[in-house]
Design a protein around this ligand. Structure first.
Ligand SMILES: Cc1cc2nc3c(=O)[nH]c(=O)nc-3n(C[C@H](O)[C@H](O)[C@H](O)COP(=O)(O)O)c2cc1C
Length: 185
């Protein structure tokens, strides 16, 4: 029998997070993947207001996690074969790169980076100002050194100044391709 990977998908408070169900979760579930979604508190609030949380839960058959479990409770998510952080805000990239795990989404991915054998794909959805922050290059270098597969660069996501970018879709096909090629069971 063919088996398919289980993906831990983390969404943060950046543009395009409202489309993770249509562009990532549904296509991967259609291929037979299991997808366990965890959102940062910001993304959780955005998607709750859009009514997307229930739809994600219907599509995946799993609860969407935003908060941590209580001590003594079981995790509601299965063990995963890898993580994708899509979209990753500048804030979430900085925290991941420096090991700050102050929400459930970061807790799981920071642990995976330390585990070293769990593949992690990250798409930073940032602008030119984020990338000029003095700490930014160090964050990107740290993540690369940790083995993170970054979908980042002028070819996939040209950087625009804040509030000047034309309306544009995330590079969903490239994101799906990177997840499928790096996460296996
Ligand atoms: C409408 C809106 C859109 C935003 N889009 C982005 C974005 O595309 N990239 C980004 O890095 N931050 C963006 N932000 C800022 C983040 O949401 C903010 O830094 C937040 O603290 C991120 O929290 P999180 O990383 O825990 O989700 C946006 C904020 C708002 C209100």
């Amino acid at each position: 029998m063919t088996s398919f990977p289980t993906l831990g998908l983390v969404g943060s408070g950046a543009g395009g997070v409202e489309l993770i169900r249509a562009e990532l979760v549904q296509p991967l579930c259609d291929r037979g993947w299991q997808v366990a979604v965890t959102l940062t508190p910001t993304a959780g609030e955005w998607l709750r207001q859009l009514g997307e949380i229930e739809k994600l839960e219907q599509t995946t058959g799993l609860p969407v996690r935003v908060t941590a479990r209580q001590p003594g409770e079981q995790s509601p998510h299965p063990r995963v074969d890898g993580y994708a952080v899509v979209p990753a805000s500048a804030n979430t990239v900085a925290k991941l790169a420096t090991g700050i795990a102050d929400n459930q989404a970061l807790t799981t991915v920071c642990e995976a980076l330390g585990a070293e054998d769990v593949p992690v794909v990250v798409f930073p959805r940032v602008n030119a100002a984020h990338a000029r922050h003095p700490a930014w290059k160090g964050h990107i270098d740290n993540l690369r050194t940790a083995g993170v597969e970054l979908l980042y660069g002028e070819d996939v996501w040209p950087l625009h100044e804040p509030r000047t970018a034309p309306g544009r879709d995330l590079p969903w096909q490239a994101i799906r391709d990177m997840i499928v090629s790096h996460i296996t069971c």
